[in-house]
Design a protein around this ligand. Structure first.
Ligand code: ZN
Length: 488
């Protein structure tokens, strides 16, 4: 018996279980795309598959809807593949092992992949149906979304004719998604110009930890401390107080996470150690006071270490590093005046590593307005320019566009009416600050009218990931009602 056999909506859960049995880790979607292609072939549906394994499946409108405006549906096939501690599991041969836990569906010891296998399952259920009135459908199922929206950036949109679109890669049932931000990342490299460590100096470790961190898009407005930016300030104070050499710096875990920790190893003459320590501690006290509300658990320590680094950065390189950190924009730079309560543009200095002959500092800029995003990116390029030799800036990964808020969206109006009919209450119309693949469609298809519909998913990208199947059982009738309403 199938694990989800009795779970509603059965016609959707059937396909979710089929997909869960197949390898869908980003960059390994072939197995799942084979399944979808075979599905389309069996039903005589037109499909287009590309070299990356993106697949578009089309289905004509049902009787009475043949001439209704075509709607593009979108979700991503791939999933983040993570294991719980101590778990051995091979996604390639075992897929995902599902279990039902009350109103949740989870996976045994791994990520679930409801992000976004559920979106694909809604589409397959619509394509499979013969009793749901709907307009002509163009179902776009992308790959490698979780590794930087690679599929969405490459999918051949000339195969599409629709000017209306519904995206299923959203995670809250109570919201209709009516806009989202775009993002781009920038890496600044500062050459270290290594030289031999001065003899007889002692090592000091500056250690910042205990910050709250958080997501660079959802939490950036909370004014939490950025451990890398704070480390930059402390290094500046140390270098003003004495003749300090920098042997190593590091901070953060990922460019889209607000760094909660950062460390530096400094070398200083014995005679100056106390003065330098005092200066760092004095500033640390001020900084902790600045963040007493936003980041009360912050700990900053400077301590002597037995470490004997063999090399340090040149004085000029260390100075440039501290200047770059100090002058990099960080946090929110613009509020969104069109969507009250939203912020429009922000930067997160997310990751700093000492790698080979350089220190790499990676930032992610998020914005609802492309030109503002590009302004921040250009400021970083100019900062590197101004710093001169030994400092370089470059864009990393894709420049993902926003899905702009359109208060006059017809799709939003239709979905809003459906939502009230089916759910018996008004939806929250959300303009999100996070960056999603659908911005790549709105930017490249002229006049595209888009909304996103979500189902309650939790703890995405972690082995705790779960889906509320009672939410899917409420959202499926909503999707069907929207389909029925798309002849207007
Ligand atoms: Zn995801």
């Amino acid at each position: 018996m199938r694990v989800l056999e009795t779970i509603e909506p059965k016609e959707v859960m059937f396909f979710f279980e089929e997909l869960s049995a197949r390898h869908r880790c980003s960059q390994h979607e072939k197995d799942a795309t084979d399944y979808i292609a075979a599905f389309a072939e069996t039903r005589g549906l037109e499909y287009h598959r590309d070299q990356l394994d993106n697949i578009i499946v089309k289905k004509p409108g049902t009787p009475g809807y043949e001439a209704a405006p075509t709607v593009i549906l979108h979700g991503h096939i791939d999933m983040v593949c993570k294991l719980d501690e101590g778990v051995t599991h091979d996604f390639a041969t075992q897929g995902v092992t599902l279990k039902v836990d009350g109103d949740r569906i989870r996976a045994e010891g791994t990520t679930l992949g409801a992000d976004n296998g559920l979106g694909i399952s809604y589409m397959l259920a619509l394509l499979d149906s013969d009793d749901i009135p709907h307009p002509p459908l163009e179902c776009v199922m992308t790959v490698m979304e979780e590794m930087g929206k690679v599929g969405g950036d490459n999918v051949d949109l000339t195969k599409l004719t629709g000017k209306r679109m519904i995206d299923f890669n959203w995670i809250e049932e109570k919201q209709l998604l009516a806009g989202c931000s775009g993002d781009v990342s920038c890496r600044i490299d500062v050459d270290t110009e290594w030289q031999a460590a001065p003899a007889g100096h002692l090592a000091l470790i500056v250690d910042i930890r205990g910050l709250l961190g958080g997501h660079c898009e959802f939490d950036i407005h909370l004014e939490r401390g950025n451990a890398i930016a704070i480390l930059g300030r402390l290094l500046r104070a140390a270098m003003k107080a004495g003749n300090v050499a920098v042997a190593r710096v590091s901070g953060g875990v990922q460019n889209n996470v607000i760094p909660a920790e950062a460390q530096a190893t400094l070398l200083v003459a014995e005679t100056e150690a106390a003065t330098v320590t005092k200066a760092v501690e004095a500033l640390a006290g001020d900084i902790k006071a600045e963040f007493r509300r936003a980041d009360p658990g912050m700990r900053i320590e400077i301590s002597r270490s037995d470490a004997r680094p063999e090399r340090v950065m040149s004085e000029a390189a260390a100075k440039r590093l501290v200047q770059v950190i100090a002058l990099l924009p960080n946090g929110i730079t613009n509020q969104n005046l069109e969507v009250p309560g939203n912020w429009e543009t922000s930067n997160n200095i997310g990751l700093m590593i000492t790698a080979g002959d350089r220190v790499e500092i990676t930032s992610t800029i998020t914005s609802a307005v492309t030109s503002r995003k590009h302004l921040l990116l250009d400021q970083m390029m100019q900062l590197a320019d101004l710093a001169g030799e030994g400092v370089r800036a470059k864009q990393i990964g894709l420049d993902a566009p926003e899905f702009p808020w359109n208060p006059n969206s017809r799709m939003l109006e239709i979905a809003r009416q459906s939502y009230e009919r089916v759910m018996g209450c008004k939806p929250d119309v959300l303009v999100s600050v996070c960056s999603l693949e659908l911005g790549m469609f709105t930017q490249r298809i002229d006049g595209l009218d888009t909304i996103g519909i979500g189902t309650n998913l939790f703890d995405l990208h972690s082995p705790k990931e779960s889906m509320d199947h009672t939410s899917a059982a409420r959202v499926w009738p909503l999707i069907k009602d929207v389909m029925r309403s798309l002849n207007q």
